[in-house]
Ligand binder design. Structure first.
Ligand SMILES: NC(=O)c1ccc[n+]([C@@H]2O[C@H](COP(=O)([O-])OP(=O)(O)OC[C@H]3O[C@@H](n4cnc5c(N)ncnc54)[C@H](OP(=O)(O)O)[C@@H]3O)[C@@H](O)[C@H]2O)c1
Length: 293
């Protein structure tokens, strides 16, 4: 078991969760920094060790592996500030956890001799209790200096995750796709659940009614891929039902109607690929969708 000392700078939702799992896996917590001392103390309680502080430089000084889990906007200024410290950076590994930023954000520390990387768990960590489970078995996107990447790949293996390599220049796209699939899906679900007001039911009740369908759909996409997972009137080429939907759509806001049209056209392309509709039906369907209110 490794006893490498680590520090967490910005021990919020992800930082304290990561720290807790690392401590359980035998890494030794050193400095734990937050903006407020109260928050740093709470983080230390979650992690199960470490020294709470509001000084990032002090937290960083105590370890050879330093993980920056502050908000994205703080990372580059923090790297500049740390690099200006009289501190032996040579041989230290410094990584940040942003999905969109690359290791370039830590360039000032690299110039001081640190080995730098970005290290992004592709998961949504909303709180540290649930987060322990969330971090298990998930991909971690890693890029950066060879030695830092080796250290982080070892760490990921010990956390029970698996490393994936995302090239530095592709990180913004990689993260945008994650947001399309996760955050935008949440927004789409909220649009749908709010529309259930038309049935006279509230969001919570709507969730009970529709969430089993959502879960099975996501599970089918994971199992079969989108082309085979698509069901419903577009996949069957059912123009009668689509006309009925056209009437019901009138009650919904204009931006939701536009969104539905866009997504239904995408579904038609999937149905064509699956050969559940013919090109002639796809053309009629596109015309019908274009004429919807
Ligand atoms: N949460 C996730 O699901 C997730 C998943 C993958 C990657 N990430 C990445 O992880 C990073 C953090 O996200 P998060 O959701 O954990 O954010 P968060 O819960 O808001 O935590 C941010 C932490 O940073 C601290 N902080 C802010 N400015 C600071 C500064 N100048 N110096 C030291 N500490 C500072 C805050 O301190 P206070 O508590 O005192 O305010 C807070 O504890 C981001 O880069 C994000 O992209 C998050």
């Amino acid at each position: 078991m490794s006893r490498a000392a680590f520090s967490i700078l910005g021990a919020g939702r992800l930082g304290r969760t990561l720290g807790r799992v690392m401590a359980r896996r035998g890494y030794a917590p050193a400095g734990v920094s937050c903006r407020s001392l109260r928050s740093a103390r709470q983080a230390v309680a979650v992690i199960g060790g470490g020294e709470p502080t509001t000084s990032n430089a002090r937290a960083a000084a105590g370890a050879d592996l330093i993980l920056i889990t502050t908000p994205d906007g703080v990372i580059a200024p923090l790297a500049r500030q740390l690099a200006a410290e009289r501190h032996p950076w040579r041989g230290k590994v410094v990584a940040h956890a942003s999905g969109a930023l690359s290791s370039i954000a830590l360039e000032p520390l690299r110039r001081r001799g640190a080995r730098v990387a970005s290290f992004h768990p592709l998961a949504s960590v909303a709180d540290s209790k649930e987060g322990l489970k969330t971090l298990h078995g998930i991909p971690f996107a890693i890029e950066g200096d060879a030695r830092a990447v080796r250290t982080l790949r070892r760490l990921v293996a010990q956390l029970g995750g698996f490393p994936v390599t995302i090239p530095r220049q592709a990180k913004a796209l990689y993260h945008l796709i994650a947001c399309l699939l996760s955050n935008d899906l949440v927004a789409l679900l909220s649009f749908g659940l709010d529309s259930a007001r038309g049935l006279g039911i509230a969001r919570r009740e709507a969730a009970r009614l529709y969430m089993p369908l959502v879960r099975s759909t996501v599970s089918n996409v994971a199992r079969l891929g989108p082309v085979k997972a698509l069901t419903g009137p577009v996949s069957r080429g059912d123009l009668t039902t689509l006309r009925l939907h056209g009437e019901a759509l009138r009650a919904l806001p204009a931006d939701l109607r536009r969104l539905h049209r866009l997504l239904a056209l995408r579904s038609a392309a999937l149905a064509l690929e699956a050969r559940t509709i013919t090109p002639e039906v796809a053309v009629r369907m596109a015309r019908l969708l274009g004429s919807l209110p």
